[in-house]
Design a protein around this ligand. Structure first.
Ligand code: ADP
Length: 449
């Protein structure tokens, strides 16, 4: 401001001086004074014109909004333009920062595995992520600012939204839900800000399926245990209330022992399954000698065949063909359990006198295969995909009569998966079946002496 006054006075001084000297040669005193005054006024006017032009330049600069350079460098207008520029640049930086932060938040919401929808106080959609778009079939171009009630027409959702009671989540069928492939979505609305709503959605199909499987599993286990338990209870009661000959007593006790053994086998299979599910997969540092394992299986097989058919004149013909001598990497007890399950199934389901062939050999691609083939009844194609489900049986009574728990192939599948191996099942009804476990090349090696 000081320089502004100084420049104004300087202009007037220069104007007055020019007026004074311009009038001096005429020698008239009044005219000199008038010329001086006129010079001062003209000097002031010139200063004003220059100042107004600088002010106009500043205004034009503000209007254009081109703030990369200051409008003027010196004087009051220069300082004003520098300050305005700094303010504008600071505001731009803050705006950029808050936009970046908003963008980060939206990217985080976008990356969320849950669906996120932001609704305004009227229930119109302000923003949603891709997961929500998939859950509700929304389109980013078409559906922004539309009312959620117009887009999600599922009656349970309409009721939930209208009731305005968002304490509980809502479970509703997903958009692509069909009877064969049900999809379940969990929806929860959370009020925030001034009347706004945050909608979170989650695909809970897998969770619900796991829950249903757990319920089925508990029901199956209870059923499997209840049957032998009821039989045992009946025998105990009979033995307590009636008198029997020693022979009859022995027969009843033998039947009771059979039921107790059935329960023991079931519990042991259940424990094996839970161990397989709850422990880390076996590494490749422990090597099992396959020739010894094969000899063990052969002995077990002969014993089982004889135990199942004590009165038979000729038992099953068991053939062991093991051209591969390689060791196998994995957990010995698991591998023995899986392989003996396959052999025991072949013996139990193949009528006595039938052929059973066990092989351990190298495939052309370097993998190693353990297989059990039988000349038994075979399995119809529609059962094949379900054989490894727990408690799935093609023939209930045959399985139970021969001591089956319905868990054998589930155990085999688990063991195979834990050893990065593949379980293959081929069967022709009336001709026989082949169950094979194919191990990766890295899991077998020549025996080390
Ligand atoms: P289980 O204890 O009942 O044998 P598994 O899980 O071992 O249970 O087998 C499931 C079902 O697959 C069996 O109940 C049986 O119906 C069928 N199955 C398994 N192996 C054979 C086989 N070698 N031949 C015919 N059917 C078989």
């Amino acid at each position: 401001m000081f320089w502004r006054i100084v420049s104004f006075l300087a202009c007037q001084f220069i104007g007055g001086t020019i007026g004074w000297f311009a009038a001096s040669p005429t020698g008239m005193e009044t005219t000199e004074l008038e010329a001086l005054a006129l010079g001062v006024v003209l000097g002031g006017l010139v200063w004003f014109l220059i100042d107004a032009s600088r002010g106009g330049h500043l205004l034009k600069w503000l209007r254009l909004g081109e703030f990369s350079e200051v409008a003027l460098r010196a004087g009051l207008w220069g300082e004003a333009s520098a300050r305005v520029r700094r303010l504008v640049l600071d505001r731009d930086r803050l705006l950029r920062e808050s936009q970046d932060r908003l963008q980060d938040f939206l990217l985080a919401f976008q990356a969320s595995p849950n669906g996120v929808i932001l609704l305004d106080a009227q229930g119109s959609i302000e923003w949603f992520n891709q997961t929500a778009a998939a859950h509700f079939g929304l389109d980013a171009q078409r559906d922004m600012l539309q009312h959620i009630g117009n887009l999600v027409r599922e009656p349970s959702f309409v009721r939930y939204f209208a009731a305005q009671d968002f304490q509980q989540e809502l479970l509703m069928p997903g958009r692509d839900s069909t009877l064969a492939r049900p999809v379940r979505i969990s929806v929860h609305l959370y009020p925030y800000g001034q009347g706004r709503l945050l909608l979170l959605s989650r695909d809970v199909t897998a969770l619900e399926q796991a829950d249903a499987m757990r319920r089925d599993f508990v029901a199956n286990v209870s059923h499997e245990i209840r049957t032998p338990l009821t039989v045992l209870g009946g025998f105990v009661e009979t033995l307590q209330t009636c008198s029997f000959t020693e022979q009859e007593r022995d027969r009843y006790l033998a039947l009771m022992a059979q039921q107790a053994e059935r329960m023991q086998t079931l519990v042991s299979d259940l424990l094996t399954l839970s161990r397989l599910e709850g422990s880390p997969p076996p590494g490749t540092s422990n090597w099992i000698a396959m020739p010894a394992l094969m000899r063990q299986l052969e002995q077990d097989g002969q014993a089982l065949s004889a135990a199942l058919h004590p009165a038979a004149a000729s038992l099953h013909t068991l053939r062991f063909d093991c051209p591969l001598q390689d060791d196998l990497a994995g957990a010995g007890n698991e591998l023995h359990s899986a392989m003996s399950n396959l052999l025991s199934n072949a013996i139990r389901y193949t009528p006595v006198g039938g052929d059973i062939s066990v092989r351990w050999f190298l495939l052309p691609d370097g993998r190693a295969e353990f297989s059990v083939s039988d000349s038994g009844p075979g399995i119809a194609p529609e059962h094949l995909p379900r054989l490894t489900e727990r408690f799935y049986r093609v023939d209930q009574s045959r399985s139970r009569d021969t001591g089956g728990t319905g868990l054998g192939l589930a155990i085999v599948k688990h063991v195979a998966q834990r050893h990065e191996a593949e379980l293959r099942i081929e069967s022709v009804l009336g001709k026989g079946s082949t169950f094979a476990i194919v191990f990766p090349a890295a899991r077998h090696r020549a025996p080390q002496n």
